[in-house]
Design a protein around this ligand. Structure first.
Ligand SMILES: Cc1cc2nc3c(=O)[nH]c(=O)nc-3n(C[C@H](O)[C@H](O)[C@H](O)COP(=O)(O)O)c2cc1C
Length: 259
């Protein structure tokens, strides 16, 4: 008699156990209601909310999504009702489905701290994803998370306060390796690679160079690059016992699937 083999798709996502490795990326499930009937939520390991900010945001004027031969180009302007209304009206809906990771975004350290404080201890929140791709209002920089100092500061503050696993969402179109290492050292237990890169056209001069087959862009700045470049090796080189070495043991490099 052969013993039956129990197979499981479950994964441990940096301290967050999920039933399948399929997750819905931030913003792609709207307010949580829109996907009802379209997606079998039992096949989804976790879902990330749209990015929530301290104050409500109206978002960009339409059109917000344009289809191109190389993928879609989007700009929602992070429309959301603000954290207070989110907690009252949207979070209860989200918590009816698979584990919920709340995406938070801001333009200053204070905003991230306020958001983490507002989420702290709330039932039904399985993790916090730190959106780092918006403008840095304090430092007057176009992309807050494109700088190691800010990734360290912001992710570190959220991770120190948070009672649930913290995912750092690295901006797209930048050199992700130092940023990913900084996020891991600061306490993120998972990296989200990556936010959509800024849109650009490929100049004729780029033809003949290596072009990414998925995104049709020159390989050096392609969002596909992180998965192959962030191998555990840079993290492994850290001395044993250092914050990086302990983070390394729990870190997962994952790529979201939009469905
Ligand atoms: C319509 C739409 C809305 C999005 N909203 C958010 C958002 O609120 N916060 C966020 O961090 N990312 C948002 N994203 C980005 C996705 O979470 C994801 O990072 C991006 O699509 C890149 O993943 P991909 O290369 O698999 O498409 C949005 C994407 C789309 C298409």
């Amino acid at each position: 008699m052969t013993a039956s083999i129990r197979r499981s798709l479950s994964v441990d996502l940096g301290g967050l156990p999920i039933a399948t490795p399929v997750m819905i990326a931030a913003g792609c499930a709207g307010t949580g209601k829109e996907l009802g009937g379209l997606v079998e939520t039992r096949r989804v390991g976790a879902v990330v909310t749209r990015t929530i900010t301290v104050e409500p945001r109206q978002g960009s004027a339409p059109p917000r999504i344009v289809e191109t031969p190389s993928g879609i180009v989007w700009s929602t302007g992070l429309q959301n009702p603000g954290v207070d209304v989110f907690l009252l009206t949207e979070l209860p809906e989200w918590t009816k489905g698979p584990p919920v990771i709340v995406s938070i975004g801001g333009g200053s350290l204070e905003e991230y701290v306020r958001l983490t404080g507002a989420l702290q201890g709330r039932a039904g929140i399985a993790g916090i994803e730190v959106h780092l791709s918006g403008p840095d209002e304090e430092m007057q920089r176009p992309v807050l998370g494109a700088h190691v100092d800010r990734v360290t500061e912001i992710v570190g503050a959220v991770a120190r306060m948070s009672l649930v696993p913290v995912l750092a969402k690295i901006p797209g179109g930048v050199d992700v390796v130092p940023l990913a290492i900084a996020a891991a050292r600061a306490g993120a237990t998972c990296l989200t690679l990556t936010d959509s890169p800024p849109v650009w056209g490929v100049r004729p001069a780029a033809q003949g160079r290596r072009i990414c087959p998925v995104h049709r862009c020159p390989g050096r700045r392609c969002p596909c690059r992180p998965a192959s470049h962030i191998s555990p090796s840079p993290l492994r080189s850290a001395p044993p016992g250092s914050p990086t070495a302990s983070a390394r043991t729990r870190i997962r490099v994952c790529r979201r699937v939009d469905i």
